[in-house]
Write a protein that binds this ligand. Sequence first.
Ligand code: ADP
Ligand code: MG
Length: 688
Amino acid sequence: MASERKPARVATGWPGVGAALATRLAKLDIRGPDDLRLHLPLRYEDETRLTAIADAREGEAVQVEGEVVSSEVVLRPRRQLVARIRDDSGTLTARWLHFYPAQQKQLEPGRRLRLFGEVRGGFFGDEMIHPRVRPVAAGEALPTSLTPIYPTTAGVAQSALRKLIARALEGLADEEYLPQAVLVELALPTFTEALRTLHRPPPEIDPAALESRTHPAWRRIKFEELLVQQLSLRRAYNARRTRNAPVLPARGHLSGALLASLPFGLTGAQQRTVAEIAADLAAAHPMQRLLQGDVGAGKTVVAALAMMQAAENGYQAALMAPTEILAEQHYLKLQAWLAPLGIEIAWLSGSRGKRERSAALARLGSGEVLLAVGTHALIEDPVALPRLALAVVDEQHRFGVRQRLALRDKASGGSHPHMLMMSATPIPRTLAMTHYADLDVSVLDELPPGRTPVVTRLVSEARRDDVVARIRDACVGGRQAYWVCPLIEESEALQLQTAQDTFETLSASLPGLRIGLVHGRLKSAEKSQVMAEFAAGRLDLLVATTVIEVGVDVPNASLMVIEHAERFGLAQLHQLRGRVGRGTAESACVLIYAHPLSETARARLKVIYEHADGFVIAREDLRIRGPGEFVGARQSGVPMLRYADLEQDGELIAPARALAERMLAHAPERTDRLMSRWLAGRLGLLRA
Ligand code: ADP
Ligand code: MG
């Protein structure tokens, strides 16, 4: 498992490895014999057989053995070392464009050599470029296992690494930490057997199973890796349960009042989630809960009810959102709900006037105001939330660990606040199990009633005018629309220019419509002005950059146009489409695309066209992109997987999780030893 940390400048060695070598090995994440043993081959070469030179086929990697007939350094077309090798069947040319004097010596005529490399047809007959060479005595035995090729780095030669690993394997004690019954059930070899097989596969092994990493030896290693990941996440989870948090029993007078004043009743999923959170808040250890719900599932009201539970107990609650537009919208919505109940909310954003800001800060600092809503401004220095008992982070994947921890640390005294993380980026089950095993998860798997499904259309850029005409008709008919400008990731300046240009051309072609423009560079006051106008129905069309991507909630808007949709990621398209279909009007999302479409862009558009369910889209996204990128945003010390593949090895996750629970409960010592085999000295670095 690779954890996210910079290689140490100077590493200390261990028996047989000096400091200089240790420093170079550290670049490979190798810090001791255990790491060497778990440094597994990328692939193998078969040196257990010899091929006659005459039988070597072009493009094939083979090993030949013969005598050097001649060798010389030639200067044309460039300086190179050229040797002719002969066996009973024919001759072959070997060529090196980079070489050392020692190599020249090795190639003296009459020497007997084994060459391993790919044969190519050259101008002067068959040749090998940069073959691997080994001098041998006549009749010397061939190796009995495949030759491993390890991932390596500058300054650590393949052959040196191979020796180090071989030595580490010799010192491998036969320590099996997994119960025999599990090995039998999953048909896995022991750890020692698996390592021996992977580092030195016998020649008769199924090469396909080795290459696809489906061989039982590979599965054993991957299972153990998944197990260790589960163990470390569950340990972190358990450790948190030993900390103190304010006990917030559900008293119900404020949450009940809020519920009664809502213009709607909660869905079944919302009720279940609210109950799960309420129970967590009443416990004496900090809640760590992820609330997942597709775009529009109604997470905000769930958060508001949790915040009421803190306030009912005289404690503070804070809600942090990643964009100013979203934070302000939350503030306005909460205020509309809570002002009639006489509950005050402090609103903190980077852009508020100094005086208003310091007044808000003073009242939060004294504990007089219990609720705070804001952007990152909430975690800035002068903000004090002495009675903070609940921290809610909306669109949590937009924040780094550090920021989430900073919010947590706003509470004073020895106790930790309860944390509620919300995300509309649904995570496929396998990913959730591996990456959120340290959290409790609530899922809003039901949309509020009365939503009409959004119709998605794919339209080529050539028909942009038709789309503009459609917008005119819709807006004249009283509907509201978004027009999302093309994403230009390389340049913010260009992005702004494009938004401005789009706004101008649309204004010119749609006279009579009230059109607004919102982008990231607008001053906050201007931004909220535009959003307020749109929300109030005083604008028909809102031209926007992706600042409206998350959270924005204007139920009357029913048409979404996304230009150059092929440039957007799947999660982004899903989020943007989720801005419409929030009211009762029939809604549509028009994706304008331009040619040429890359294969992945085509695949993404197909997925978004065919599917509306966020979980299905996330699964497809995972398939298209791979998990690495997918969870990149988590940026935490969660040990990432080096060998296990969530798609291929998904079926190992549930057993790994079950075994982790059992080991933590019944075999703490074995758990320690197993974890240190994989994580050695880095356990402390893994997570806060
Ligand atoms: P998200 O989960 O994407 O954050 P929101 O909390 O913004 O969703 O809710 C989307 C819209 O649905 C809001 O206008 C909200 O007031 C409304 N809403 C939430 N719950 C319900 C419900 N149970 N019935 C009807 N409308 C609801
Ligand atoms: Mg939301």
